[in-house]
Design a protein around this ligand. Structure first.
Ligand code: PSU
Ligand code: MN
Length: 299
């Protein structure tokens, strides 16, 4: 088993320069080819343009990578044998010499191993609709309930039971602030219909909160920075596609870790690319904000 750092991540860790962790499931399972590779590269460039170093995390042939070189990013985007790894899968995949993309949960875990504390993603996993019967709750929540990471996202995916997810975030003592908003974002939608208690308006304000968390020792769980997408999907179309997606997932017996990729793919196909465009905007804007926070933390 081994852990390998990309050249730029190794250099930044050594000099204490700001770093932003990026997940890879979004590349392998969340976005269609060929835009997935282009987006992954663009997101890394956005992080660099904002003064931080991107650390995209994944496992290739048993090696845990913290930061990917460009050929490795290409492999994650294009190989057919990349599975989706949560925390429980990491050691199994690694010891077996296999390859996998990491979810929010697994990426957070590895980022903390490396001492990286700021992370950008699209939308968090959470409590699925119908969880009262299926028990389907993303391992993202459990991970954020015990890891000190600041994660920038556009709320939780709108395919979920948003109200139940917010209740779980509270139970798990996970911090939650809206970035320039009082409304909890709904991933493809700027407003999920739920109000947020706390709002912040700058990266500096978020850095101050992270420092206060350390002083008050409330940093044993994560801080979620909910950053709404500027141009949301058409709401009527969103709701119709969600309904047809949930119906076909249940008709086809899709369960477990396949549910989220299935629904995202359904959205991208049924909306003829509208949701894809929004999803890409979400990831870009979250990466820029995460980089600003990482930079502000070094000041
Ligand atoms: N956000 C996106 N696209 C994605 C995901 C998040 O915009 O593909 C991924 C993340 O890796 C997240 C995972 O951790 O979906 C959640 O999967 P599940 O619901 O199976 O826990
Ligand atoms: Mn699940």
């Amino acid at each position: 088993m081994s852990i390998q750092y990309s050249k730029e991540v190794a250099a930044s860790l050594k000099s204490g320069a700001p770093i932003v962790a990026l997940e890879s499931t979004i590349i392998s399972h969340g976005l269609p080819r060929p835009s997935n590779l282009a987006v992954a590269q663009e997101v890394e460039d956005i992080v660099r343009a904002h003064g931080a170093t991107p650390a995209t995390i994944a496992i290739l042939n048993g090696v845990v990578h913290i930061g990917l070189e460009s050929d490795q990013l290409h492999e994650i985007a294009n190989r057919d044998d990349i599975s989706k790894a949560s925390i429980r899968d990491l050691a199994i995949i690694s010891a077996s010499g296999l390859s996998a993309a990491t979810t929010v949960a697994a990426t957070s875990h590895i980022a903390r191993l490396a001492g990286i504390s700021v992370f950008a993603t699209g939308g968090l996993g959470g409590v699925h609709r119908g969880a009262i019967e299926t028990f389907d709750e993303s391992a993202d929540l459990g991970a954020l309930g015990k890891l000190d990471i600041t994660i920038v996202c556009a709320g939780v995916k709108s395919i979920l039971d948003v109200g139940a997810t917010l209740e779980r975030l509270e139970s798990l003592s996970i911090g939650l602030v809206g970035y320039q908003t009082n409304a909890f974002p709904g991933f493809y939608l700027t407003d999920s219909g739920f109000t947020l208690e706390h709002r912040v308006d700058s990266a500096e304000q978020i850095a101050a909160i992270i420092k206060a968390r350390r002083e008050l020792k409330t940093e044993s769980t994560s801080l979620i920075v909910a950053n709404p997408v500027k141009e949301e999907m058409d709401r009527g179309r969103h709701d119709a596609i969600l309904a047809s997606g949930l119906a076909s997932a249940s008709a086809q017996g899709i369960t477990g870790k396949d549910v989220t990729p299935f629904l995202l793919e359904h959205f991208h196909t049924a909306s003829k690319g509208e949701s894809l465009k929004v999803n890409i905007e979400i990831i870009k804007s979250n990466s820029a904000l995460a980089a600003d926070i990482a930079v502000a933390l070094t000041k």
